[in-house]
Design a binder for this molecule. Structure first.
Ligand SMILES: [Zn+2]
Length: 299
């Protein structure tokens, strides 16, 4: 089973240029990677202080507690996985698709702004070429036009190089993200894969984010894991910018939690390409102490 799945993924990548999925289906996941089973460790240089680590844990608990109280809370991905396939014509899938299509232009501009900010924060290699790489990445984001609902993608979203204008969104995933913030975080994730494109325009940024997150958490976050984490980081930044630009009476922690809640799983398993969902939350909070503070203190 495991070998078959890997071959399928490899063939897909070679033949069709799959840029990556938000995550892969549970049944396709390899055994958990041992170093990902541990919670944050403290032996590496530049790791979090005990206080900062405690803050990450408290904020992480706050996200998943908020999900339980929120009528628009996201469904955790392991829960989505156990659900029956959802037809494209089902009311929940239609509502999710309409929401995603409506929010796509907003997500695109928020991703572009977030990428510019991250490039400043993390550096981006040779200054003489960084602007060209960033502009290429931005052009890829601007060219995305549509979202295609797909029954067989179930609880995944993905993008393909052969069709860089479209984000494929599983119907179960569309229905499992009832909030604007949840949809924007996933759209942003996929848009970052598209931004990187076949030229690996954002490779240096992925490496910078992965290295910093590895140092802070003691987890191994390199190669594809670094790309996936950067996609998620942009997802949280985009969702927070959206929250800031669309005031409402809902509490701040409730709204920003929605960009992370699909990771509030019971079965917490990672693979070579992805941190486990709960460690994804921890790594994102470790990278962004302001996010942790907002979740815990509401400001
Ligand atoms: Zn992805």
């Amino acid at each position: 089973m495991f070998v078959t799945v890997l071959v399928l993924i490899a063939v897909g990548t070679a033949d069709f240029g799959a840029l990556g999925q938000t995550r892969q289906r549970r049944q396709t996941l390899p055994k958990p990677v041992p170093q990902d089973d541990v919670t944050l460790t403290s032996h590496s240089r530049d790791s979090l202080s005990p206080e900062a680590r405690e803050m990450v844990e408290v904020a992480s608990v706050a996200v998943c507690r908020e999900r339980l109280r929120d009528p628009k809370g996201s469904v955790p991905i392991d829960d989505m996985q156990g659900r029956p396939s959802l037809p494209v014509r089902s009311p929940e899938a239609i509502a999710g698709l309409q929401n995603a299509q409506r929010l796509l232009p907003t997500a695109k501009s928020l991703v572009i702004a977030s990428l510019k900010r991250l490039v400043k924060d993390y550096g981006f290699g040779n200054p003489s070429t960084q602007d060209a790489r960033l502009q290429r990445a931005i052009a890829h984001v601007e060219a995305v036009r549509t979202i295609r609902p797909d029954v067989d993608s179930r609880d995944n979203a993905s993008v393909f190089l052969r069709n860089p204008h479209t984000i494929v969104f599983g119907t179960i995933f569309l229905a499992g993200l009832p909030s604007d913030e949840g949809i924007i975080s996933v759209l942003a994730h996929e848009l970052v894969h598209i931004a990187d494109g076949s030229e690996d325009s954002l490779g240096l940024l992925f490496r910078g984010v992965g290295n910093r997150a590895s140092k802070l958490t003691g987890l191994q976050i390199h190669d594809q894991r670094a790309e996936e984490l950067t996609c998620d980081l942009v997802g949280t930044l985009a969702a927070r910018s959206y929250v800031a630009s669309t005031p409402s009476y809902e509490p701040l922690p409730r709204r920003i939690s929605r960009s992370l809640e699909h990771n509030c799983v019971d079965q917490d398993e990672g693979d070579d390409d992805h941190l486990s969902p709960r460690n994804t939350i921890r790594a994102l909070l470790a990278l962004d102490p302001v996010l942790s503070r907002q979740l815990v203190y509401g400001r």
